[in-house]
Design a protein around this ligand. Structure first.
Ligand code: PA5
Length: 396
């Protein structure tokens, strides 16, 4: 169960001014035309694809020491967010390593050294199939894999997740007959519940059926998404230009990264939009906390909290309770509005619901701002300029 508290620490006047807009959006969702605003991404993965994902995941779990996931942006953040929540940080029953999300040479060379003697299976994920970070990392990993395995073995160990039509990755997959999964035509940041996210999530042993059922359940509460989008919009208009996504559990830190991508790429357009940042408390009370209590009044926070966590006692006191008390104390001491989202516990159902809640809220927020929520021309222009420069346009 999830409780959304938009009032205690937010105290928003003016939401009523948006009533007309609110009912227009709601009407669209009620009469089934909400697809204009948000396409149901889970529907993009058919039952048979889901079954294939489960089967392949089982194979992966039984046949490697390291499952390497190569991807960036939407082909990385969604699955990483969910996997980090549900796996023990210190003890792993399968080691899942991510790469291909930067051009950092030292990290890649350390990784290649670490995995050279491991039993490997690789999932390369890229919707376009042409993303530089991903293709660079994959080319080095492939070189290593080719030195370890023959081509028959490679076909059992390389899985390519990309679009159905074009791109470098698709050609490699076809030419070598590697196993393939297809990413439907949705923006990367909305693709967590497509094969781009579901395969790694399933390999980690996470219950994808419950994740999807939580997502579906949240659809009946579209009002919450519209309200949250409206409140954010209103806060933005009142000069709150920064949204601090705040968590009190490290397991949610990668979820914050997913939120940053979702909201920045959806709404950071036409020289406007709320800047999303990630905060981990109470750690960041000892750094950013100073700004949040006495700095410029341009920030609001959205707190995502797990109320009942695995507990530990300090003397006779519950550390989990203390952490919850810290959340309330901080919300009170902050000089900013805070929206609090309390999950009773961390489970797949709640997270499926949160994925829906945030994706739909982001998309509605884009419409409120008058921008297209589904493009990312800024990111595309980085990709283009980088390729031009690599081809020699840039001279020092
Ligand atoms: O949201 C998006 O579409 C982008 O951020 C992409 O996910 C990101 O650029 C990675 O692209 P690709 O999956 O094509 O490698």
């Amino acid at each position: 169960m999830i409780k959304y508290d938009f009032k205690t620490f937010a105290n928003i006047d003016g939401v009523n001014n948006y009533k007309e807009y609110f009912s227009k959006i709601k009407e669209k969702f009620d009469n089934g035309t909400g697809g204009e605003i948000f396409t149901d991404v889970y529907k993009c993965t058919s039952k048979s694809v889901l079954e294939k994902i489960k089967k392949v995941s089982k194979y992966i779990r039984n046949n490697c020491d390291v499952f390497l996931v190569i991807g960036v942006g939407g082909s990385y953040h969604g699955s990483k967010a969910v996997i980090d929540m549900f796996t023990n940080h210190y003890k792993k029953d399968i080691e899942i390593i991510y790469t291909g999300y930067s051009m950092n040479s030292s990290n890649l060379s350390e990784l290649l050294d670490y995995i050279k003697d491991k039993n490997l299976i690789v999932n390369v994920i890229s919707k376009s199939g042409n993303t530089l970070e991903v293709n660079f990392a994959f080319s080095k990993v492939l070189e290593l894999m080719k030195s370890k395995y023959d081509s028959k073995e490679l076909r059992k160990r390389i899985i390519i997740t990309t679009n159905k039509k074009t791109g470098k990755l698709l050609s490699i997959a076809k030419k070598n007959n590697y196993m393939k999964f297809y990413i439907p035509d949705v923006s990367g940041r909305y693709s967590c519940l497509t094969p781009a996210g579901l395969l790694p999530i399933c390999v980690a042993g996470i219950n994808v059926d419950m994740l999807i059922s939580g997502y579906i359940e949240a659809k009946s509460d579209i009002d919450k998404c519209i309200l949250y989008a409206t409140i954010r919009h209103l806060l933005y208009k009142k000069g709150k230009k920064i949204e601090a996504f705040t968590v009190y559990d490290e397991k949610l830190l990668s979820f914050n990264d997913w939120l940053k991508q979702l909201f920045a790429e959806t709404q950071g357009k036409k020289k406007g939009g709320i800047l999303p940042i990630s905060v981990f408390n109470t750690r960041d009370m000892h750094s950013l906390g100073q700004y949040f209590t006495e700095g410029e009044e341009i920030v609001f926070s959205t707190v995502i909290n797990i109320v009942n966590n695995k507990d530990i006692k300090i003397k006779d006191k519950s550390l989990n309770k203390i952490n919850n008390i810290a959340l309330l104390s901080i919300a009170k001491s902050y000089n900013m509005p805070s929206i609090i989202i309390n999950m009773d516990k961390l489970n797949e159902k709640n997270i499926g619901s949160l994925l829906y809640f945030f994706m739909v809220s982001a998309a509605i927020g884009g419409y409120l701002m008058g921008v297209n929520p589904y493009n990312q021309l800024g990111v595309n222009s980085y990709k283009r300029i980088m390729k031009e420069n690599l081809n020699g346009k840039y001279k020092r």
